[in-house]
Design a protein around this ligand. Structure first.
Ligand SMILES: [Fe+2]
Length: 316
């Protein structure tokens, strides 16, 4: 039913970017069936894999583009619509005006200029543990990654704070002593940082459901005068290493990460820049979870969202 619906949508000129205005064309039965699969990964693992759910759409995606800017959106139009439909059922999809021109579906491909940076377009370096867009109070609850191709079987590591063997003392420090997070290099040019700013973001918080996390070491400033906090924060990274799972996505797979529970990372790999490199699509979505009250007062570095759009489940 997914293929038929996508064909119908694209025949009406719908793209992944305009789908939010055309959700009435998506049958209730399809939304309900996808909704059964895409419920928020609330288990302690913090992620789930929808194996091959998009495999009807990944037969001929064309060559891997050399950067997100040069992606041929027409070539993967059906795939993007199908992925947006799945993500739009899982949550309220959105983009960032300053990231990939505000698009809802991002192309994650290795780019030569970014090969050594801590961004999704890197390849030569390990992309360190991070929760997506940690710097912002309205960061995604759900990170969805769709695999277009992954011929070198590059793994995505996922690690849940609820499986990390941290001591009570470290949890106490990380839930009470704030740090300063700031936007990553994919937002370059859209904000500036003068090296100052009050630490105000706690790395962990706990509710009756368990521990939650926001963590992005390459883009964090720790207070200089709190070595015990730095030590606990470094032990968190080591604990994530110990409890990590590696997901090797194949074409058509969708990985859904609960971005409040699990951090993700990527192994280094050798990019060829010849049209055959690893290629992922990424969609960000918000849900209904209420983060701590203190986050409401964060300015989010003036970053502006496109959306979020209502979930396809809304009103059905
Ligand atoms: Fe990421």
């Amino acid at each position: 039913m997914l293929s038929r619906t996508v064909s119908d949508l694209t025949a009406h000129g719908v793209t992944s970017e305009t789908l939010p205005a055309h959700t009435h064309r998506v049958p209730d039965a399809l939304v309900s069936a996808i909704g059964d699969l895409t419920h928020m990964p609330r288990s302690d693992s913090g992620y789930c894999v929808l194996k091959g759910i998009l495999s009807d759409f990944t037969d001929s995606p064309g060559p891997t583009p050399l950067s997100w800017e040069t992606a041929d959106l027409e070539q993967t139009r059906d795939l993007d619509v199908a992925f947006a439909l799945i993500a739009g059922t899982a949550g309220r999809v959105f983009g960032w005006k300053s990231q990939q021109r505000g698009r809802l579906v991002h192309n994650i491909v290795p780019s030569k200029a970014s090969q050594n940076l801590q961004v999704g377009a890197s390849s030569a370096v390990k992309l360190e543990w991070h929760t997506e867009d940690s710097y912002h109070p309205d960061r995604p609850e759900l990170l969805l990654l769709a695999c277009v191709r992954n011929p070198d079987e590059v793994g995505t590591d996922v690690a849940s704070i609820r499986r990390a063997d941290l001591s009570d003392e470290d949890i106490a420090l990380l839930t009470t002593k704030p740090v300063l997070l700031y936007p990553d290099d994919s937002y370059a040019g859209s904000w500036s940082y003068d090296g100052h700013g009050a630490p105000q973001m706690t790395t962990l918080w706990e509710t009756e459901d368990g521990l939650f996390m926001r963590f992005d070491p390459p883009y964090t400033k720790l207070p200089d005068d709190q070595p015990e906090l730095r030590a606990a924060w470094e032990r968190l990274g080591e604990a994530l290493d110990r409890c990590a799972t590696t997901v090797v996505a194949e074409p058509g797979d969708v990985v859904i990460v609960n971005n409040d529970i699990a951090a993700h990372a990527r192994r280094p790999f050798k990019a060829r820049y010849d049209g055959t490199d690893r290629w992922l699509k990424r969609i960000l979505a918000r849900g209904t979870y209420q983060r701590p009250e203190t986050e409401r007062y964060e300015a989010g570095y003036a970053q502006v969202q496109v959306g979020p759009y209502p979930s396809l489940l809304a009103g059905r």
